[in-house]
Design a binder for this molecule. Structure first.
Ligand SMILES: [Fe+2]
Ligand SMILES: [Fe+2]
Length: 306
């Protein structure tokens, strides 16, 4: 299978945008030499939720429903339900193919099938970090939890699958996108959950913090329950790659332990590829498949329970 996308090769397209936008070197480059494109699929800045676009209203409405419904009790219930892993058995690659039908409504930058995004991210990061094979595989699997949108996985609504994530069980930080809608979340008024620490202790470690439910936490549970040998940095990337309040705004650092602090740099590196590889790219799936199959064999058992 070849995914054909109707534009230039990634590098060329990026180079052209750099010239057109006359960006300074320091703004357009970072760790590993990855060059940021300056506009998304729709010709707007990345993560520009204010942009005048037909999608804007949909995205805002998405966060309104998300923020009202992601409560501590809801997350607890979902974690208990989904960590049973009693729905289906399939390999990582089979899951990648399954995701082909899924489009993420919360994402203002992307309207293409997910498998393209997975391979764009993985191939971009592989180019800049050729020796970190765990990072390539992490990129490939980071969004597989979006299968939650499909009927065999319970067909969860978009607000319970995608979008930015944040801790529940303590105060919602003001840096979270569309923070104003939390006022209608029952936890917002609950004194057990609405203080800086809430149910947590200082430096308790992010692993002990309940995150709003979605594809990130689900894929993290899948990797853990199936005893993946990915390093802790890879697992951290999977669980926190949508946690923008932390890796963009620096909120909730008081809940991190030493290991989290060490791994955070990988989440930040990864995030740039996750975001900026969402461009028109051409990936020859059959050509790269054997490489990723070898990584799957190395870091995951043959069949996974989901
Ligand atoms: Fe994601
Ligand atoms: Fe992603």
């Amino acid at each position: 299978m070849t995914i054909v996308i109707d534009q230039l090769q990634f590098g060329i397209e990026v180079e052209e945008k750099r010239v057109l936008n006359n960006e300074s070197e320091s703004e357009s480059e970072f760790n590993g030499g990855f060059i940021m494109p300056t506009a998304n699929t729709f010709g707007q800045n990345f993560r520009d939720y204010e942009a005048e676009s037909e999608r804007q209203e949909g995205v805002e409405n998405f966060y309104k429903i998300n923020h009202i419904n992601q409560t501590y009790d809801f997350v607890k219930k979902m974690r208990e339900e989904y960590r049973k892993m009693d729905r289906v058995e399939m390999s990582i690659w089979e899951c990648c193919e399954l995701l082909n039908d899924v489009i993420d409504e919360s994402d203002p930058d992307l309207d293409e099938p997910q498998i393209e995004h997975l391979l764009q991210t993985a191939e971009a990061i592989r180019k800049d970090f050729p020796n970190e094979d765990w990072l390539h595989l992490t990129a490939l699997v980071h969004d597989l939890g979006k299968v939650l949108l499909l009927p065999i996985f319970g067909e969860l609504p978009q607000w319970a699958v995608v979008g930015d994530t944040y801790p529940v069980g303590c105060a919602f930080d003001e840096s979270i996108i569309h923070h104003e809608y939390f006022k209608e979340n029952p936890d917002y008024q609950n004194p057990a959950y609405n203080t800086k620490y809430g149910v947590y202790r200082e430096r308790c470690g992010l692993d002990n913090v309940m995150m709003s439910w979605g594809h990130d936490d689900y894929m993290y549970l899948v990797a853990k329950e199936n005893k993946s040998t990915l390093p802790s940095a890879g697992l951290l990337i999977i669980r926190y790659h949508s946690f923008y309040a932390l890796h963009r705004a620096g909120a909730y650092k008081h809940l991190m332990n030493e290991e989290d602090e060490e791994n955070l740099k990988w989440v930040q590196i990864f995030n740039k590829y996750d975001l900026y590889s969402k461009s028109k790219v051409r990936i020859d799936v059959e050509k790269v498949k054997p490489y990723y199959l070898s990584l799957i064999e190395k870091y995951f058992p043959a069949k996974l329970r989901w």
